[in-house]
Each structure stands twice: as structure tokens, then as C-alpha cells.
Design a binder for this molecule. Structure first.
Ligand code: 3PG
Length: 400
């Protein structure tokens, strides 16, 4: 895959697929701009080299034809464009669509060193269908194609896949390159001991990644609501805790497989419980003694110590998924504790995107800076760890 630094882009119209799918609050303000900031090196490089830069992204999951205009408007990329203009200190032109005459006019009027951001690609249902005619229309905007949208490379969509293959001059941006290197190392040659820590709500979301990790890691640490299902599979009574009862047999199979492969599975020995999700405080109890009517909402301090000890000895750590309901202060200690312990570890630490990346940023700049790599991709980072071939990456490969 050719990185942007090796592509001829001077004075050319360069289409850069970015992932500006950022979280917005109810007023439409961006609550975490890391995906925009992470795209800056590629955008700045292109502008400094005198390219005419056309940025495109999706935002959310609009359903054109099924949503009202007002609902669709909330998924406009306008806030991202304004924010980007502030970060770059330059004007960002924003046509009101990603294809059609208005978009063409803006694109063809761009001068070297100027940038535009097309409107949400998913305002056209053809984007997700990887529609050929739509891909061609997008491709007509540019002479060079660069993908820097790591978060979207697992989607075979028109802007990620269909249009990319029509370009002779295509390659990856700095963010995509960095993500492939960091996550790829975990798949091909992780330094051992390799420890994975998984959390989040559901075992069902992580089956494929659990199975793939079992083949690679020395220890698998499990927290979050996911751990409840594993604890229940071992016969513990978790009372009112969230458990996926239909996944109990699967959890047992995974535990059995781990034994065969000599992978240590470390489950919480203590948990923080409360009577409801809205409780203002929690109580630390042994994982085997959850009081009736309460539910586990975080890992406890002894579990955090067990996890931390594993990080001290590890050379590689992959983390995906929070340890509990970290958005609520009484249940945040486990997740922030893992983030701080990873920041102190000398291992190469890779944090999967989504909630765990948000938790690391919420733990503060000092913690975030010490991570080896914080991925901007949620689903994409998991699929890469699973060893899958991702359409948005494969399409960039060229017969050399
Ligand atoms: C993400 O947020 O993981 C990416 O932007 C992909 O979004 P999607 O899951 O809606 O395709």
C-alpha cells in the first residue's frame, strides 16, 4: 500500500476519505474531536504539498427516505467542517451535497492548497450499497484517492471500496498507515507475554475476537458486564447482574478452549454492586457473594490489582471495552484504574477504539499520551485483530 508521502499530489485534486463520525451532543456540538485531530497530519501534508483537497466522510447512520429532513440535518457534517477550519486555521468549503452540480462546482473551483469537505456520504443510500454509479460519481471529483478513514475500512461502501479501485493513484494516509502498523503487529508478531483485556457489555459482540485472541495471547483478562456471563458460566450467582443466559454454553466452551491452549483466563474476584444503574454509590463485594437484588457494575480493587500484576509482566497489551459503567462516577474506578495501570506499564499498549479509547481520553492527557497506540476504529480494530481482510485496506493494495 502506497502511503500518501509517495504519491504525486502537487496541484492534483486529491480525494481523502476521512472518518469524521464523531460523537455529538443534543445541541449538535462535538464531544470528542479525536478522529478529526488524528486526520490532521494527512490533510496538512496534502495542503502543504499544494494539493486541492476534497474530504469526505459519513456521520452516524442516516436513513435517507425514512428520516425527516430535520432528522437528517442533525447528521450534517457542518459542525465537523467548522471545527476543522478552526484547527487548520483556514477556510473549509462545504458544498451541500457530496455529488451533483453544487459539489462539482466547489471541487473544480478549488485552488492548490485549498480544502473542501463534502456533505455526509450516507445521505445517499448508494454509499452503503457500494453502488457502482455512485462510486463513479465520487471518483470523478479527483485524480488521486487517499484513504485515511481507519474507522470505516471494514465497510465495503462506495467511498471506501467501490471508488478506490477505479484509481491508479491510490494509497493510505498517515492515520491509516499508523493503525495498520500498530494493530497488524498484534496479529503477526506480538512480543510475549501478550495480555488482552476485554470488557464491555456483551459476549455476543466479542465472540470472534475472543476466539482469535485465544490463539495468540498468554492471558485473557475479562471485565465489564461480559465478565458476569463468564462468572455465571462457572456457577456463581450474580443475582440481578446483566447476564447473557443464551451465551452461557459459549462462555463454557471458551473457558475450556483456553485451558487446552494454556491461556490464563483472569476473571474478577470482586465487583462493585448497586441496586440500580442510577445508584449514587456502590459496594465492593466478593464476586461469589453478590447480595440479592444487586448487580455488578464494575470490577473491584482486588481484581484491578490482579489485572495490574499481569500488565507489569506483559510486553504487549491489547485493551478493548470498559470494565464497568464508567460513565457513572461510582462505577468508574475499574476502567480508569486499567487505563492508569496501562499508562505505567512498559508493555506496548494498544487500545481499541470506541468506549475504551473514550475512557483513556477521559482519564486525562497524561494517561492517553503514554499509550502505545489508541485506535480510532471500533468495529474496524476488532475485525483487524480477528485477522480478517478488510475491504478498505485490501482495495488499496496494488500489484507491485
Ligand atoms: C465507527 O464509528 O466505528 C465508524 O465510523 C463506522 O461507523 P458505522 O459502524 O456506522 O459503519
Amino acid at each position: 500500500i502506497r502511503p500518501i508521502r509517495d504519491l504525486e499530489i502537487e496541484n492534483k485534486r486529491v480525494f481523502i476519505r476521512v472518518d469524521f463520525n464523531v460523537p455529538l451532543d443534543e445541541n449538535g456540538a462535538i464531544t470528542d474531536d479525536s478522529r478529526i485531530r488524528e486526520a490532521l497530519p494527512t490533510i496538512k501534508h496534502a495542503l502543504e504539498r499544494g494539493a486541492r483537497v476534497i474530504l469526505a466522510s459519513h456521520l452516524g447512520r442516516p436513513k435517507p427516505g425514512k428520516m425527516t429532513d430535520a432528522e437528517l440535518k442533525k447528521l450534517s457534517l457542518e459542525p465537523c467542517g467548522s471545527h476543522l477550519a478552526g484547527l487548520l486555521g483556514t477556510e473549509v468549503m462545504m458544498p451541500e451535497d457530496c455529488v451533483g452540480d453544487a459539489a462539482k462546482k466547489v471541487v473544480y473551483d478549488l485552488r492548490a492548497g485549498q480544502v473542501c469537505l463534502l456533505e455526509n456520504l450516507r445521505f445517499h443510500a448508494e454509499e452503503e450499497k457500494n453502488d457502482e454509479a455512485f462510486a463513479r460519481e465520487l471518483a470523478e471529483h479527483a485524480e488521486v484517492y487517499v484513504d485515511d478513514a481507519f474507522g470505516a475500512v471494514h465497510r465495503a461502501h462506495a467511498s471506501v471500496h467501490g471508488m478506490a479501485k477505479t484509481f491508479r493513484d491510490r494509497g493510505c494516509g498517515f492515520l491509516l498507515e499508523k493503525e495498520i502498523l500498530a494493530l497488524g503487529k498484534l496479529v503477526t508478531a506480538p512480543d510475549k507475554p501478550y495480555v488482552a483485556v476485554l470488557g464491555g457489555a456483551k459476549v455476543s459482540d466479542k465472540i470472534a475476537v475472543l476466539e482469535a485472541l485465544l490463539q495468540k495471547v498468554d492471558a485473557l483478562l475479562i471485565g465489564g458486564a461480559m465478565a458476569n456471563t463468564f462468572l455465571a458460566a462457572k456457577g456463581l450467582n450474580l443475582q440481578a447482574s446483566k447476564i447473557e443466559t443464551d451465551k452461557l454454553p459459549l462462555a463454557r466452551t471458551i473457558l475450556e478452549k483456553a485451558r487446552e491452549l494454556k491461556v490464563d483466563v483472569v476473571l474478577p474476584t470482586d465487583v462493585v454492586v448497586a441496586g440500580s444503574l442510577g445508584a449514587s454509590s456502590g459496594q465492593v463485594v466478593n464476586a461469589g457473594a453478590v447480595p440479592e437484588g444487586t448487580m455488578a457494575l464494575d470490577i473491584g480493587p482486588s481484581s484491578l490489582r490482579d489485572f495490574t500484576q499481569r500488565f507489569v509482566k506483559a510486553k504487549t497489551v491489547f485493551w478493548n471495552g470498559p470494565m464497568g459503567l464508567f460513565e457513572k462516577e461510582p462505577f468508574a474506578a475499574g476502567t480508569f484504574g486499567v487505563a492508569r495501570a496501562l499508562a505505567e506499564s512498559s508493555a506496548f499498549t494498544v487500545v481499541g477504539g470506541g468506549d475504551s479509547a473514550a475512557a483513556v481520553y477521559a482519564a486525562g492527557d497524561a494517561v492517553a499520551k503514554k499509550m502505545g497506540h489508541i485506535s480510532t476504529g471500533g468495529g474496524a480494530s476488532l475485525e483487524l485483530i480477528e485477522g480478517k481482510k478488510l475491504p478498505g485496506i485490501e482495495v488499496l493494495r496494488r500489484p507491485e
